[in-house]
Design a protein around this ligand. Sequence first.
Ligand code: KE4
Length: 435
Amino acid sequence: MSTESRPTSNEAAFERAQRVTPGGVNSPVRAFRAVGGTPRFIRRAEGAYLWDVEGQRYIDYIGSWGPMILGHGHPAVLDAVIQAARNGLSFGAPTEAEAELAEAIIAQVPTVEQLRLVSSGTEAAMSALRLARGATGRPKIIKFEGCYHGHADALLVKAGSGLATFGHPTSAGVPAEVVQHTLVLEYNNVAQLEEAFALHGPQLACVMIEPIAGNMNFVRASLPFMSRLRELCTQHGALLIFDEVMTGFRVALGGAQSVYARQIPGFRPDLSVFGKVIGGGMPLAAFGGTRDVMAQLAPLGPVYQAGTLSGNPVATACGLATLREICRPGFFDALSARTRQLAEGLQAGARAAGVPLVSECEGGMFGFFFADTLPQNYSAVMASDKDRFNRFFHAMLERGVYLAPALYEAGFVSAAHSQADLDATLQAAAEAFKA
Ligand code: KE4
């Protein structure tokens, strides 16, 4: 164990980390490469706040990229985690808590009859993809530009040239053969959907989509697009997979699918992927769907999927305690109202400063763009004013407000964010718009 004294500055911590970890981080977005500057090394968090190694406090709108919907250090969650840890960190054998968590998720998501717990959103999305291919016996899949489903090889793909050709890897180390069956379409583009299904329908295993794309900051799938997507999947026997790792239990108790089901009668995905909130900040994710599709999974069926720490008792206890709290009456009404107040406040503040900014929100998730209109796809997101976003990001950081360090990332409000926190945030924004 290194005897090096604990760094007293973010720069020192970053230099130390870069000596032993690529880029000094264990996940690229944390390195601030999109916004520049030195990442903040966090020493502790409580409620709506983070403190870095210099003792600087930040109002936290990342919330670990979504999981911390209750805020940091919720007493009921901490108690559950400590109790579970005392009973044993991991057994490699089934526990009742895994069934209890599955029941709690299924109770809120009627389209899921059975699910499997895994340790990350990547693992859940990768497994759902394999299941769709195994259940349909088909090789080809569709995803959308700007949607992120974790870093499984088959999903690290950018659009090919035209719909007759398949995707190209977005990462080194992914052979072209691995992505030859992945077609990448433009989000919200109905014409491309029609053409892709006309060309490849009988070979399509699934379409995977972020129903509200938080990896494009905040872009909703339009109702016509989502309706047509559902129709085409049904018509051609392809499974519709909702990647709700970010939106699940975040935009609504029933996830984004409950928002679409309210607007499109009878709407349902065939498989759903969850993560983040259901783990409450611990490594836990899930994928689920109808009993007959899930029955294709080992040990019942031919689709293999496994994990040493799947359904880990401590992570499961953390997720269960989190879900219990967010299921309380009025939780989402209060969270949604606070999030909307923030989103609308940002837009009003920008307007008062003569700065073009549009914002959107659903439940406890929000986004904003330095643009005149809400982007509907990835190209439009990337056409928003990146330089102004980066200046705004740093001006807010200097004023103790920690936003997502990239213009294509969403923001998250927790139940711990007070009215005073929102007022302070909007006050900082009024100054930062002038940066
Ligand atoms: P993880 O493997 O990072 O647990 O989940 C992958 C994933 C899958 N699907 C969606 C919709 C996701 O948003 C994610 C992960 N989200 C990113 C934030 N954009 C996590 C942050 C990071 O990569 O460090």
